[in-house]
Design a protein around this ligand. Structure first.
Ligand code: C5P
Length: 238
């Protein structure tokens, strides 16, 4: 039993720890997120391993640089075979549009499927105090929706956002836009360093298309049972 709306974050440093977790979760999980700590220490062999296991991959490297550097960086990464990649929406419209256009061109030149490109709106760990420190005049919610609309206009396939903002994004960006939400905590779970959190079913009910879950599964005494419990909760929202 797996549900490809659940993406488990492989936030470990070592290939062996990643391999162990993937084997423990077995066929209960079909989609994995590879982030900075694992990719920077182990590189492309992680992607090859997950592909061999028949898993889908969200390569979460959150690129943020000038348009040409981001576009070329994404083209280099695409060759490795991720299904979803991402950039920071705060890199601006031109960066996102250049990235999306170049990725599509390169994929069609190479005759390979183009991965989905999504944009991080505002990190789910940002709380009101962090936000005030950034000197922003609009609210977090307003800024998230603004960035989501900008990403859509630039030709991106979706966004990463807090589950608490999913409903407003769904309303602003229509039914086909991907909304990938970290900050998922089953009721009663430790919230760790996350701030704008929600439970799995409520995130889906608010319009999330994919849920990213890390520590509530990885740090559980029985990770497979934790994943299955989350999937069961997700099944109540189709
Ligand atoms: O352990 P936890 O469930 O909090 O993991 C959430 C994952 O989602 C982490 O890998 C984190 O980097 C990622 N993420 C996030 N907020 C974003 C984008 C990604 O928490 N806006």
């Amino acid at each position: 039993m797996s549900d490809d709306r659940l993406i488990v974050a492989l936030d470990v440093h070592k290939f062996s720890d990643m391999e162990k977790l993937v084997h423990t979760l077995g066929d209960s999980v079909s989609y994995y997120k590879v982030g900075m700590e694992l990719f920077y220490s182990e590189g492309a062999k992680v992607i090859s391993f997950l592909k061999e296991q028949g898993k889908s991959i969200f390569l979460d490297l959150k690129l943020h640089d000038i348009p040409n550097t981001v576009a070329e960086g994404l083209c280099s990464l695409m060759v490795q075979g991720a299904d979803i990649m991402n950039v920071h929406a705060s890199g601006g419209y031109t960066m996102m549009k250049t990235a999306a256009d170049r990725l599509h061109e390169k994929a069609s030149e190479m005759g390979i499927p183009c991965p989905k490109l999504i944009a991080v709106t505002i990190l789910t760990s940002i709380n009101q105090e962090d936000w005030a420190g950034l000197g922003m005049s609009s609210s977090i919610g307003e800024q998230v929706v603004r960035l989501a609309k900008l990403a859509q206009k630039a030709g991106l396939d979706g966004v990463v956002a807090s589950p608490q903002e999913a409903a407003a994004i769904r309303k602003a960006c229509g039914p086909d836009f991907l909304i990938v939400t970290p900050g998922i905590r089953p009721v009663g779970a430790n919230i760790d360093d996350q701030s704008r959190i929600a439970a799995p079913a409520s995130a889906l009910a608010n319009g999330a298309t994919h849920l990213v879950v890390g520590r509530p599964i990885r740090s559980a005494e029985d990770p497979r049972a934790a994943a299955e419990a989350i999937i069961k909760e997700m099944e109540s929202v189709k």
